[in-house]
Design a protein around this ligand. Sequence first.
Ligand code: HEC
Ligand code: HEC
Length: 466
Amino acid sequence: MNGETKKKLDERYQRELYEGEFFWPDSIFKDAVVALGISILLILLATFVGVAGEPKADPSDTSYIPRPEWYFLFLFKFLALYGQIPLIGKIEWLATVLVPSIAIGLLLFLPFVDRSQDRHYAKRAMPLGVMFIMVLDILILTLISDVPTVAADDATRWVKLSASLQPYAGLVIPGAVMLALIALAKFFKTASWKWMAWTTGGGSFLMVALTLAIFAFAPTVAADESAVAETLVDQILAGQDLYSVQCVECHGDDGKVTIIEGVKGLEGKEISPINSRDVLYTINDASMAELIAYGRPDSGMNPFGKMYNPEGLSRSEIDNIVIFMRYMWDDRFELPAEALQPLFPPLADGEVPSYDVHIAPIVKRYCISCHREGKENNNYLMDTYDNVINMGDNAPNLVAGDANSILLQVIQGHEILDAQGEVIIGVMPPKSTLKPNVVEAFLRWIMAGMPRTAADAGALSVPPAP
Ligand code: HEC
Ligand code: HEC
């Protein structure tokens, strides 16, 4: 700093000192006004907007996947990348202790480290460059935080590439650029700010280019909402389908189960029928949606919400289930006539039902919630035509033309006993009785040889006598 500038600064200081305001009370007053304004804003936001609360923490729930708030996502990703550095491997202590300590330490000691009196940006290329790279890195880490760090084993080459690019975009390049800037400033006294600008610019260009590459190759995350039901009838029907798959197992197809049967771990448990006024009148829509999302883990109902279970239901899917329950069972709601679709077209005399048109919807409504992967069901999956016909510990459960087929017996209320007289297969579905037309459809279908398509069934049908 030359004498001239010094004099000017001195004069300005004297002038400010003379005309300037006092810390007490002037500055303090301004601070207090701003602080009060912010407090009022916060109180208003909390009162009228609020933050969606999560349910109470449940230590026994191992399916909960914690995610930080968005403004911490960069740190979250930063930690995840440390396991991924090629050639070095996991060095968590670096990420959890060393780097944060250095960063915080630098902030504390900044006034002692940076004694430069220059303020012009061209003379401050090193700190500005380092800060710029840090902010850019935070941005990039936040952006890529949703891309899995480890590619699945069966991922394609490109997806694997995107996983291996991440440490370079978020860790290696920013680190190298910052080190280069510091080295330039320390060891090459002659290095002009142009050198630093080139280093910073080159580094950030590489980081941004890699980020774009990551996004180009990253696996696309399936959209949250599958098909969005638009009309009320669509919503009720969508809710019914979801209820059939997710809830029938314990609550039965009509919600009136009072003692759970056929469900591992809950055998014989008493529950309130969820189609009753007791339940429907006392739980409002919002609490019902919460109940489904969070479950009742201590009573045996698992959480269904996406936040607790990655394969879980989205918000709108849960809402549709609630709408379905209201319109079906709550006498304060009137079910629109169009929503009362018959499960399958009524069968004429001599008409043979087909799997596609008649049996599949029945199985979906009454059986699939237990007879699918991961449930107790004697290895009898009912998800496809072939599985319905072939699977099961006691297969064949269906024998073409045999009215004593196991399936026909159990849906008509007869248990299957072994040689010692012990029950090996209970009645199906365990806690409700199928309507006579449903049993009739199964019976005709099996007796006619279990045709799959409508055309096959049509060929077998006997036209009614004229
Ligand atoms: C694995 C079995 C199981 C499944 C599947 C299940 N529930 Fe439950 N549900 C329970 C149990 C157990 C309770 C607790 C009953 C109690 O506390 O009395 C319960 C309670 C409820 C209640 C509250 C009843 C009350 O007394 O307050 C509702 C409503 C409910 N379930 C709806 C659903 C819906 C909707 C689904 C499907 C998304 C579902 N449940 C799936 C087992 C299950
Ligand atoms: C609440 C769950 C549940 C529902 C709903 C259910 N099942 Fe089952 N099913 C079971 C269980 C559990 C078994 C194992 C045998 C037992 O415990 O009785 C089983 C076994 C069977 C078997 C014997 C499989 C074998 O090879 O041993 C048949 C057949 C069967 N179910 C048919 C049906 C049909 C048809 C429906 C729909 C109309 C249905 N089930 C609905 C739970 C269920």
